[in-house]
Design a protein around this ligand. Sequence first.
Ligand SMILES: [Zn+2]
Length: 382
Amino acid sequence: MNGSEIAWYSHEMCFWHDPGPGSGYVPVGPGVEPLRQFAVDPDLRRAEGLVKASGVLDRYTCLTPAPATDEDLLLVHVPEHIERVEALSALGGGDAGVYAQVNHHSAQAARLAAGAAAQAVRQVLDGRFRRAYCLVRPPGHHAEPDRAMALCLYNNVAIAARAAQRRGARRVLVLDWDVHHGNGIQRVFYDDPDVLYVSIHQDGLFPPASGLVMETGTGAGAGSTLNVPLPPGTGHDAYLAVVSRVVAPAARAFGPDLILVAAGVDAGGHDPMGRMLCTSRTFHAMTSMMCRLADELSGGRIVFVHEGGYSAWYQPTLVLGTASAIAGLPAPQDPFLHALDHLPGQRMQSHQRRVIEHLEARHPLLLRPSAGTGTVGGAADE
Ligand SMILES: [Zn+2]
């Protein structure tokens, strides 16, 4: 892979958004002294710096995204939501929803994040690039049509999927491996048979009681949602098994024209917000598997959009692992691997295997013998 085939989207202003006390710690008060918040978006600048210093960024064409237009945002969000984000940001701060603090720069950063995802999808569908990575903030997968949630202002990946449909993609697979459940993406496409949403997340983490195995879509979209809630402490082997035994067969049954990955790295083993054990090797391997799946199913068209990731020291290495795999390069050196790779949870545990076996036996999409039978809904009857 070289710069004529893969694109990198980032923008300095995405690093100026800061969700402040909405990012995990309770505000300073009795028993709480001032301290660093989890979600410090300038950390993403360090991630980009590592990808650059490693030479991996040289393999990409680096692009500056245009901000999302109102038309882009309205593909997913109601006008009142957009107005609320912009008004609060103009005032200098406030909560645009539920745990979704903004600062003066957030409205601009959020438009750039959504704009990058939409632009990446359009350029991949137009054939200018085969693969793309958007290193953007604020994240998006919790944002619902009418409200911001949990650091997410606009739903970048959902907007990109809708933009893809407008650009002629008939079927879009969205894989979300952020450690939290992407309730916002799920809600947008819950009744849409042409967008398959697959989420691999820590069971019961956030939002509470969201992303259960029995949430599989509704109406025409029945069977087009696939949740893989894994127990805390899940690591490398189980994540790769989910991709090969759940995601890949579901994708083959679905037959996407484009694959989108909500590529958070907060399932990393050093992340303060998750309790999973993934390493740079895990993200490198999952990314390679998804790129191969795109080559097999969607003409190679695949777009990765950054979501969560809150370890100041490990996030850059995990982004580098993802970026290296997209470029077809080997897994990078990982100075933090030794603290994680010997832990028992890196090998498949029986309680992790049971989640996979449950889905293999019950999810309508995994029961289908082959692709190309029209809508996802009704698959269990075939
Ligand atoms: Zn997350």
